[in-house]
Design a protein around this ligand. Structure first.
Ligand code: DP6
Length: 413
């Protein structure tokens, strides 16, 4: 067989984002990309927010190549993160010799703003590892093995390999006793799948779709070096919270789950403020949403909504299906639509909140937060729920690489 006739092997997957309730912030070992503390997140449904990745391998490819959102990333295939994923999955291939010397082409896109604190790297690396694993028929030697590879792409990515409520156990330098690789026990574990608590909803308020100015990696390294609050968080706060939130989630106790989620977001951003020089991810709009959420919970006499913020100003609000219209109507009252066609991802939800009448006593309370209804500060509102882990798609129908040439064929619309 000549080089030209060499087959192109291909696989396409989609992978979800996840939004942490107990946050990962700080690396224990930067080389292995392991965290200073456990974390836990909810995997979001892929119908709106997902990364779609096609990976191909062929002996006729000359180099490893990577396209992101339709643009080739020169040199990206040499990055440590990309190499850890490609070389890591190759080792788990059912027939490692077949793939060892083959170059790979990868094309990936996100259906949401990249690097704006919406966990795009989590979905992206989870999709990369899953696409490579599907392509090479990778076999885990223990449950969670692939998550240890995704973790090396981006820490939070390991949690996107499972659906539902997923913890990332920090692990130990020595790793598992049955695996010689360091930190092999730093992996994701599914606590409950997406069907355990199907009433959980997420509303994402996109406050900014711009790229953040301090990357998580840089920010957490400064926090580890300078924040004493982070040390207290690692040794005392997170271990207790992890135990409590796992119990709350399994018991479907929204009161406990919501309070822990809000407190942990607040502490993460306090660690950022305690970092020297300080890092600010939330802005005035983010803080107005926090105040309104607390005023709403106070009016209700119970926790109906819980906010959480990652390394950016966007709010993720967790709530239950019975309150999701009310919460959306309240937020939309203060942050009305810009009129943009895609302001709401879910038109059905948009019409339900438009038809909902907010209690006047509630509005009297939330008005005291000082927010005047004004369009423009919130760019988009997503209504979504928890969903499953990565899904295999059809190369022909959904793939981003040309079946004949293995070159990128995806262009953003
Ligand atoms: C605030 O996973 O993006 O979203 O491992 O350096 O790629 P790297 O960091 P990343 O950090 C995410 C931080 C967070 C909290 C979380 O998702 O747990």
């Amino acid at each position: 067989m000549t080089e030209d006739e060499a087959p192109i092997y291909m696989a396409t997957v989609s992978a979800p984002t996840n939004i942490a309730c107990i946050k990962y912030w700080g690396k224990a070992d930067a080389d292995w990309n392991t965290p200073t503390n456990d974390s836990v997140s909810i995997t979001l449904d892929q119908s709106d927010l997902r990364a779609v990745t096609t990976a191909a391998a062929s002996s006729k490819f000359e180099n490893d190549r990577l396209w992101l959102n339709g643009e080739e990333e020169e040199g990206a295939s040499e990055s440590k993160r990309f190499r850890a994923c490609v070389d890591g999955v190759k080792k788990l291939a059912a027939d490692p010799a077949k793939w060892k010397d083959m170059k790979v082409h990868v094309s990936s896109y996100n259906t949401f703003p990249t690097a704006a604190g919406l966990a795009s790297s989590a979905a992206g690396y989870a999709a990369l590892v899953s696409a490579l694993a599907e392509l090479m028929d990778a076999k885990e030697s223990y449950k969670g093995h692939l998550t240890t590879i995704a973790r090396q792409g981006s820490g939070s990515a390991c949690r996107s390999l499972y659906g539902g409520f997923v913890a990332w156990r920090a692990g130990t330098p020595g790793g598992r006793s049955d695996d010689e690789v360091s930190w092999s026990d730093s992996m994701a574990v599914q606590i409950a799948d997406e069907n355990h608590w199907p009433e959980i909803r997420a509303i994402i308020m996109v406050v900014s779709d711009a790229k953040k100015d301090t990357s998580s990696t840089a920010g957490m390294s400064t926090s580890v070096a300078t924040s004493l609050l982070l040390q207290h968080r690692i040794s005392k706060v997170v271990p207790e919270r992890m135990e409590s939130i796992e119990k709350a989630f399994l018991a479907k106790d929204f009161e406990a789950f919501g309070e822990l989620t809000m407190r942990d977001s607040n502490q993460f951003h306090s660690v950022c403020a305690d970092t020297y020089p300080p890092i600010f991810y939330m802005n005035d709009v983010s803080r107005q949403i926090v105040r309104i959420a607390h005023a709403y919970n106070k009016w209700a006499g119970e926790i109906r909504v819980a906010y959480t913020y990652d390394a950016g100003p966007n709010a993720v609000l967790y709530t239950l299906d019975k309150f999701v219209i009310e919460v959306g109507a309240l937020m939309n009252h203060y942050f009305p639509s810009t009129g943009a066609k895609k302001f709401f991802n879910d038109v059905n939800y948009a019409s339900k909140i438009a038809a909902f009448t907010l209690d006047h006593k509630l509005l009297a309370m939330t008005d005291k937060c000082g927010r005047m209804p004004l369009a423009g500060d919130v760019k988009m509102i997503y209504h979504t729920k928890s969903g499953p882990g990565p899904q295999v798609l059809d190369n022909d129908k959904d793939g981003n690489l040309d079946l004949e040439t293995g070159l990128n064929r995806y262009t953003p619309n």
